[in-house]
Design a protein around this ligand. Sequence first.
Ligand code: SAH
Length: 346
Amino acid sequence: MATDILTMTYDEILSVVTDLGFPAFRAKQLYQWLNKGAQLSEMNNLPKAFKDALTENGYVVDLPKIEKKLVSQVDGTVKLLFSLSDGQYIESVVMKYEHGNTICVSCQAGCRMGCKFCASTLRGLSRNLTPSEIIGQIFMAQRSVGERISNIVMMGIGEPLDNYDNVIRFLRTVNREEGLNIGYRHISLSTCGLVDGIKKLEKEQLPITLSISLHNIDTEQRKTIMPITNKWSVEELLTACAEYFKATGRRISFEYTLIANENDSISQAEELAKGLKKFLRGMPIHVNLIPLNDVSERSFKKSSQKNVEAFKNRLNALGINATVRRRLGPDINASCGQLRLNAQEQ
Ligand code: SAH
């Protein structure tokens, strides 16, 4: 069995190195390289005997491999398709903003949440990604675009709270000062609403931004597009959000994908405003409206521009801060899930 050392802590590396009979300063050197996302072959101040001992004992650095790179001619957005060591495919997207580069990473190969409008869940979940496979997307993307990545959104393939321990280890690793050094305030984690996960996350003391994919505030209606609602009602979800805010002081943002004739009526905007205000009294609320990206395998259609504007205006009029998310990389279909599907199919 191979043991991936990429996201090991210094103490873990030290015990690997001393167990193999090498001096502690080798652990320090190795740890420095790992924090740069280097492959074993690139670690040029480490003797061959040391690297051979690592390899022979099954210690590997397992970075994902870039299989395809698409660059938007419109806004410079970069979409990467990666293969993993067992032949799975995943995707990341790098978006260029004035405040720096943001990466959208995947945390699972596939997804088992079953949201009816989402491409990532079409073939179910293959497996969880390891912490190294998640952070590896960032190291490889930085090399590929040649610029530092300063912000992370966990909005790629997969449900972060369904791969809880690996995601937490990933978050703690990207935050290391001697590594990527990405501040928790520059990280957003998006969930379809795993209430047990939200409760656990609340205790981690990670000042990241939590983002909830809500898409409908009516429990019965939400069940028809997001099966997770059968497990936790919208009321339970919003109560957990209120508690999260009370405990952490971190505001939560809400994602709302607008689907024609499904969740985009004026009365649904009114119910949304009413419900958010009722459950989240005192919390600054922001709703991100996302016009649905068409997924060819799915029958849903995006809301008209007119309905999107009307929905937004109604929320704003009711005192809910709502903005429409600009679509990046329109020419490369930058939203996640589809490259993986195509690659997996071939
Ligand atoms: N599982 C997590 C993170 C991944 S999805 C979650 O559900 O939040 C990232 C966001 O994209 C979610 O808000 C999701 O609902 C949304 N999304 C999925 N498919 C979409 C589509 N076809 N068009 C627009 N947004 C979509």
